[in-house]
Design a protein around this ligand. Structure first.
Ligand code: NDP
Ligand code: 8X3
Length: 251
């Protein structure tokens, strides 16, 4: 079987980084994306003895930067078999009446428009190949809403809608499309949401066993290694202690 190449957005931490590691361990070449070039370089150095690794540093909010970065891919990396649309974050956790416009812009621009910009640049390549696999990382927040989650939940509901739409529009072109919807995963996610407040972020995952980034990477790897006629379209993965977006049993 020939080696596949995966394009992973948000590979500088959390779920994206863990997925890059697991893919490299399993002989899948990786194109690592994110804004923090130092982290990309470090991960490239770590993985380069296992598979071919290329890094692209860009902000998914910048549509020209996205298009230019993908256009710049060397021939060795131009055939993309797997796209992991993972870059994203929550910004703030405030009621709708006091939420900040900057936070709202960030979530819509990164989680929704950024995912679209990246997809727009890569889908034509998959169409030309008549093959590919797109995995959209949504969230339990794309299935339910919770108090103060308003715009983050809306952005992930949009990812859920786009995941379904992509699958319909691309049907017949040999391209698999599916979503992974995690519950609480202990990554830098809450630190970003709470703007660097490490204590508040750590509190989110206290008193129960949250999912790890590796748990989600493991599921992503399972999904991409099914036989080609099998498309896993939508998975919701929660910690055992979490029953819904609003109910988690903590000790
Ligand atoms: P992290 O904060 O650990 O990782 C977020 C990644 O997204 C980083 O690599 C970051 O890279 C990248 N990113 C953020 N903003 C931008 C941007 N403007 N341009 C390019 N890249 C960007 O969080 P997670 O790993 O937890 O999150 C990954 C995905 O999983 C997100 O879509 C999140 O919504 C989703 N998710 C997370 C859950 C959780 O509980 N942790 C649960 C459900 C879903 P850099 O800063 O270097 O640009
Ligand atoms: C991240 C999970 O519940 O913090 O998408 O929104 S949650």
């Amino acid at each position: 079987m020939s080696t596949k190449t995966a394009f992973i957005t948000g590979a500088t931490s959390g779920i994206g980084e863990a997925t890059a590691r697991l893919f490299a361990e399993n002989n899948i070449n990786v194109i690592l994306c994110g804004r923090r070039a130092d982290r990309l370089e470090k991960l490239q150095t770590e993985l380069a003895n296992k598979v071919s690794v290329h890094t692209l540093s860009f902000d998914v909010r910048d549509k020209k930067a996205v298009a230019d970065a993908i256009e710049s891919l060397p021939a060795e990396f131009s055939k993309i078999d797997i796209l992991i649309n993972n870059a994203g974050n929550a910004h703030g956790l405030d009621p709708i009446q006091t939420g900040s416009l900057e936070d709202w812009d960030a979530m819509i621009d990164i989680n929704v428009k950024g995912l679209l910009y990246v997809s727009k640049a890569i889908i034509p390549k998959m169409m030309a190949q008549q093959s590919g696999h797109i995995i959209n990382i949504s969230s339990i927040a794309g299935k339910e809403v919770y108090p103060n989650g308003n715009v983050y939940c809306a952005s992930k509901h949009a990812v859920d809608a786009l995941n379904q739409s992509m699958r319909m529009d691309l049907n017949g072109n040999g391209i698999r499309v599916g979503a992974i919807n995690p519950g609480m995963v202990d990554t830098e996610f809450s630190e970003v949401r709470f703007k660097g407040d490490k204590e508040r972020a750590a509190n989110v995952y206290k008193g129960f066993d949250a999912l790890t980034a590796h748990d989600i990477a493991d599921v992503i790897h399972f999904v991409v290694t099914r036989p080609y006629h099998v498309n896993i379209v939508d998975l919701l993965i929660l910690p055992t202690a979490q029953a819904s977006a609003t109910q988690t049993h903590k000790s």
